[in-house]
Design a protein around this ligand. Structure first.
Ligand code: TRP
Length: 442
């Protein structure tokens, strides 16, 4: 019998971790970034960073989690007492990200329910998200589902991912077939793939770099936490490569599912909430059998979002279980409630609190900025310092190679983690700080 706080199978581990990584970033951010930044060259840059940055950092975090058997705070504590700060940043980032991610999760459920029951989109997106109470109801429902999955612990997360991730993939394929058979779809494929070197700039390179961090959910304690549930005989390098591959495939496939249909309808490409809540409903409205595909599509987005939300909640849960010795049930209920309470402000910032701004940011954007542009870069910088330089990362190689697991590129990995990653992380951080500066000081 495998212990209850470990993944029961290798497949379950891969799907759960891929589920954490595959989320809204893959669906509404990556395809647009690729289209706007030169198409194919952007993909090449992205793949390059996945290889030299994403996978190495993921290997480092996962083996640290498994070696220590703890979530981020206690894991970093074993490196150096001061390194706890990296763990705290990760836990805080996960907590606040979930507070806004779940608001969007609520909108997704609303759209799914609307298409499934009435075969139509909700009437007006902006009126819906600006309503003082309705979005809160759906937000609460999304948190409830997320909490319920976490409530059943590692095995709950594993079971949910094992059923949701394959369904997500199948639905995506169905939608791709529908989208690329529409007349005029080729323009959409051209938008994402055709190489346009003029659109590919230093800015694009930086975009690719940031997206690698965001998409693989790095520096937020998730990979460490999920790594702490991993059996010792599973190959971490192999697992990380598979997860990164799944994540990248999903991002590219999402582009193939979405943009051909958008172009076939003569609409402008967009990203973010506007793409899936405004542009796509128009596309579905114009398509034969559109309501059916729309319901399927929002189910897909829901699966992607909820498996990421579960991972985010699990980071805080494992932290209070490890550090404060709470039992899981209490941890899940109280944390989910706390996140809901904090998220209320983000949700209301589209309606009654729309006029409130903090340092020139609306509340929702402020929380995004805090997590993406501050916690993540600082967490990343400290991570490089502590794992690469303050500690001997060779200890992680020992962890990885137990039970005769091969790690042929160990030396390359060591070099990347100590010398290349810090430079890259600094680049992402810098561009984040510049964007904060621009917003705050106009
Ligand atoms: N990777 C997720 C996505 O592509 C978003 C994300 C960022 C995330 N950080 C995370 C998800 C931490 C789970 C945990 O949408």
């Amino acid at each position: 019998m495998r212990p209850s706080n470990k993944w029961a199978s290798k497949l379950g581990f891969i799907l759960a971790t891929a589920g954490a990584a595959i989320g809204l970033g893959n669906l509404w951010k990556f395809p647009y970034l690729m289209g706007k930044n030169g198409g194919f060259p952007f993909l090449v840059a992205y793949l390059f960073f996945i290889c030299i940055l994403g996978i190495p950092v993921m290997i480092a975090e996962m083996s640290l989690g498994r070696k220590t058997g703890h979530g981020p705070v206690l894991a970093y504590d074993t490196i150096h007492p001061h390194a706890r700060i990296v763990g705290y940043l990760g836990v805080a980032a996960a907590f606040f990200i979930l507070s806004y991610y779940a608001v969007i999760g609520g909108w997704i459920i609303r759209y799914f329910v609307s298409y499934a029951l009435t075969a139509q989109a909700p009437r007006d997106f902006n009126a819906f998200i600006g309503h003082p109470t309705e979005p809160l109801f759906w937000f609460f429902l999304f948190m409830l589902i997320t909490a319920l999955i976490c409530y059943f612990g590692v095995s709950g997360i594993e079971k949910a991912s094992r059923s949701m991730m394959p369904m997500l993939f199948i639905i995506l394929l169905l939608i791709i077939v529908r989208g690329i058979t529409l007349p005029g779809a080729a323009a959409g494929l051209a938008f994402i793939f055709s190489p346009r070197l003029d659109d590919f700039s230093l800015h694009s390179v930086n975009g690719a770099l940031g997206q690698v961090f965001y998409s693989l959910s790095l520096c937020m304690g998730i990979t460490i936490t999920y790594g702490s549930y991993l059996q010792k005989d599973v190959s971490i390098p192999k697992g990380c490569i598979q997860i990164a591959l799944l994540d990248t495939c999903m991002a590219v496939l999402a582009g193939i599912a979405i943009f051909p249909a958008v172009f076939a309808c003569g609409l402008e490409p967009a990203s973010g909430p506007g793409l899936i809540f405004v542009t796509l409903p128009e596309v579905f409205g114009a398509m034969a059998g559109g309501a059916f595909f729309a319901a399927l599509f929002f189910l897909l987005v829901f699966f992607a979002a909820v498996t990421s939300a579960v991972a985010l909640l699990e980071v805080s849960v494992s932290f209070v279980m490890g550090s404060w010795h709470w039992e899981r049930k209490k941890a899940v209920i109280l944390l989910a409630l706390a996140i809901f309470l904090v998220g209320i402000f983000s949700s209301l910032s589209f309606g009654p609190l729309a006029g409130v701004s903090i340092l020139n940011y609306g509340i929702f954007d402020f929380v995004c900025m805090l997590t993406d542009n501050l916690f993540l870069p600082f967490g990343g910088i400290f991570m490089c310092y502590y794992i690469g330089w303050k500690w001997d990362p060779a200890m992680l190689i020992e962890e990885i190679c137990q039970h005769g697991v091969p790690f042929p590129l160990a030396r390359v990995w060591l070099f990347l983690i100590r010398s290349v990653t810090p430079v890259m992380v600094a680049a992402v951080s810098l561009s984040g700080f510049v964007s904060i500066y621009q917003t705050v000081f106009g």
